[in-house]
Design a protein around this ligand. Structure first.
Ligand code: FMN
Length: 165
């Protein structure tokens, strides 16, 4: 069975989480991990799609928030062009199962999540949810990831793969 992980990342934290999820999934599935700017429109032959990005302004990034991140010195900007919002806008689900994740600030009262927003939009595009939207935390705007998050992401991927196969 094949899993496809599509990620967006400005400072590299979501990229690390995507790689850890892929590592967990790879115990039971064949996995491709693709930066969103290089992702194909087609999900033909994909048994589980996993989509994730950073939470920006309470939801998925926009051009303006990506610019703001870049201005903050996202020196190694991973996602230079569009974000997951743009990929989802033109994708056709045809019933493909999916799970979404995001990274966000480790702050108790900050609402909003890119993963929840992506989940809503993917359903509208004909994808079928397979797992709850899940957040992983950074300790500051630019990272690093909070302690234990990479391992938690690996386990999340592992559990998704076990549930799908
Ligand atoms: C413009 C901008 C807006 C942000 N808005 C939020 C927000 O609404 N909620 C939140 O929890 N984190 C917010 N953050 C923090 C990001 O979620 C954090 O930078 C991201 O998780 C880092 O992931 P990355 O390294 O993959 O870019 C924001 C960051 C930027 C740059």
């Amino acid at each position: 069975m094949r899993a496809l992980v599509i990620f967006e990342s400005m400072f590299g934290n979501t990229e690390k989480i995507a790689e850890a999820i892929a590592d967990g999934l790879s115990e039971t599935m064949t996995v491709d991990t693709v930066e969103v700017g290089s992702a194909d429109d087609s999900v033909d032959g994909v048994d589980l799609l996993v989509v994730g990005g950073p939470t920006h302004a309470f939801g998925m990034s926009r051009e303006s928030t990506r610019k703001s991140a870049a201005d903050r010195g996202a020196g190694t900007v991973a996602s230079k062009a569009g974000g997951i919002r743009d990929w989802i806008a033109t994708a056709h689900g045809d019933g493909t199962l999916f799970a979404t994740f995001d990274t966000k600030a480790d702050h108790p009262h900050l609402p909003g999540s890119a993963a929840h927003a992506a989940r809503r939009q993917l359903r509208r595009r004909g994808f079928r949810p397979f797992a709850a939207a899940t957040s992983f935390y950074v300790t500051d705007l630019e990272g690093p990831l909070a302690a234990g998050e990479v391992e938690r992401a690996r386990r999340w991927g592992q559990q998704l793969g076990l549930a799908r196969t």
